[in-house]
Each structure stands twice: as C-alpha cells, then as structure tokens.
Design a protein. Structure first.
Length: 326
C-alpha cells in the first residue's frame, strides 16, 4: 500500500499525464481512428481506487496495424514528434519489424504507440496471440470525458502477465496490477481467461506472473487456475533459478541478458522454441540491414554469417549472469 504523501505525488504527476492523454485521444477521435488505452492509464481509470494509486512513467496505446501510417502522419501534423526506436546507437527499426514506436506530448510525456501487444518479433513467434480477437473483446473506457477503449478483463490480465514476463518478472507494479484487476472484477471470469490463455499459448507466462501476484499481494486466485496453468516441475525450477536473484529487496532488479532466457523458457511448446532459435540465427538480410543499419546488400549478406555469433554471445552472457547471480 502506498503512503499518503506518495499517492499525492503520483496523483499530481498522473493529472498531467491524463491531461496530455485527453488531447491525444481527441486527435484520434477527430480522425475516426480507434485506439485502446493499455496498462497503467487504463487501470488507473478503472480498477484502482484513485489515480494516485498507480504510478506511471509513460502512456501505452494500441492501434490497428493498418492505421499505423495514417496515425503517424496525423500525429506529426498535430505537433507530436516521434522518437527513433530502439534508442541508443542502433539504426531505428523499420516499423514492420517491431510492434511499437514512441512519440512525445507537448510537455515531454512519452507515449508508446503499439500495433501489437508484443514488441519483439521473435517473442511473437513463441505464442499465437491474436490481436484481432483482442480488439473484438475491447470494452469502453472514459478518460477525462473522452470515450475510448480498454482491454477486456481477461485480455488485460494476459497483457499484464506478458509485460511481466518480458521484463523478467522483476516489475513489482505488475503484481499490484494483477491484484487490483482481479479484486475489481468479482467474480473474475476465470474459465474465459483459461480458454483465452490456451488459445494464445501463454499458459506458462501467465502461471509465473500469477504466482508472483499471489505470493506478494495475497490476491484470491483459485487453486484450479494454477493447476490448469502449471508447467512441468523442471521448468518451474529453472525459471526460479534464473529470476529469483534478479529481485532485490524493493522487488526490482536488472534483468540484463538473462531476460532472454526467461522469454524462451516460458514458451508453452518446444516446437515454438526451435522455430525461434532458427529465426534468431537466420532472420534474413533484410532484417539484419534494419537491425544494424548496414549500408549495402553485401554487408547484409555477410551479416548472415556473423549475426549468429552475436546471438550465441548474448545467450552465453545470459547463462553467465544466471551462474554468477544464483
């Protein structure tokens, strides 16, 4: 539970964020572009007691992939500049190879514009998340008088679990989100959730996120839910061996390279892991050109030979981090 002073600080910050979000939503509304508000901004306006109970660093929005080019043009015309993604020394990815791009509000507010709930292409290969199904189940949400959409309770829970997995299960705020979501939607539609999770092939991903939430927040998750989601014993042991050392006393740790191991281990099917390994080693010259900012086709084809070494190095670093840390 957050103390009163901290809640006031968060509420003040969130008021600024939501005022900026309202302006962006009005731009989408005026151009008849559907949008789903994700994660913190949606949760703070629906399942939490007040907006001061849910801290946020940025605002996440989901749009249809086919609207992406129109949205970029509309937002730039409205004065919202885009950031290259990913940040740093990498050549910005072509938007066809990722699932998000950042743009800035007038006061520096960062918006993450998603057209998929999973940003990394290789992680999408580990499951069969259906974005069209998620859109069809979206529910209405009102933010500062502007009507928009939010994920259904089941899809929201899945999205929170996916985000937790992508960060190596080190973000404690996701446990609070899970607890608040389940407590708000009583009785929670567990049967629908389990069906959705099976269809999307994210049972293992959700199991570990819910396990964390149950341990830290004592939220009421039925035993039969865990039984349905439970992975093999060896997988539980290996994942805890990887993840537990990442969590410090505040429940927040640096995942480093080992988070890639987490993402692989939480795959439900071995066949999907094999498929991903093949893609990681041989993504093709076009992808490599975008990833490394190569200048010509010859360099891109040569990268097909040295890129696998980069993948092996990342994997070994992840294994070393696990051995060294736990």
């Amino acid at each position: 539970m957050l103390d009163r002073t901290l809640r006031k600080e968060i509420a003040g910050r969130n008021l600024i964020l939501f005022n900026e979000l309202r302006k962006v939503l009005c731009v989408f509304r005026d151009h008849a572009i559907p949008v789903i508000v994700l994660k913190g901004a949606a949760l703070a306006n629906s399942v939490y007691y007040s907006i001061g109970d849910r801290p946020m660093a940025d605002i996440d929005l989901l749009v249809h992939p086919e609207d992406r080019e129109k949205i970029i043009a509309v937002l730039e015309q409205a004065g919202y500049p885009f950031n290259p993604w990913p940040a740093g020394g990498f050549h910005p990815f072509n938007i066809n190879y990722t699932g998000e791009i950042d743009f800035l509000g007038s006061n520096g507010t960062v918006f993450d514009l998603h057209w998929n709930l999973i940003s990394f292409e290789w992680v999408r290969l580990l499951n069969r998340l259906n974005v069209d199904t998620i859109w069809s189940a979206a529910q209405p949400l009102s933010i500062n008088g502007v009507e928009t959409l939010q994920l259904s309770p089941c899809d929201m829970l899945i999205h929170i679990c996916l985000h937790s997995m992508m960060e190596g299960y080190t973000h404690r705020v996701t446990c609070r989100d899970i607890s608040a979501l389940i407590k708000h939607h009583q009785p929670f539609p567990w049967n629908e959730f389990l069906g959705r999770v099976a269809d999307f092939r994210v049972k293992t991903t959700c199991y570990f996120a819910l396990e964390d939430a149950a341990l830290l927040n004592a939220c009421n998750i039925p035993a039969e839910v865990f039984k349905e989601l439970e992975p093999p014993a060896w997988k539980k042991k290996v994942l805890h061996w990887i993840v537990d050392p990442m969590k410090d006393s505040q429940g927040q740790g640096g995942a480093g390279n080992r988070k890639y191991l987490v993402q692989l281990i939480t795959a439900d099917r071995l066949g999907d892991v094999v498929k991903v390994f093949f893609w990681l080693f041989f993504p093709g010259p076009k992808w490599l050109d975008e990833r490394y900012g190569l200048r010509n086709k010859v360099a891109a084809w040569l990268a097909c030979f040295w890129h696998p070494l980069v993948v092996i190095r990342r994997g070994l670093l992840g294994v070393w981090e696990v051995i060294k840390g736990g």
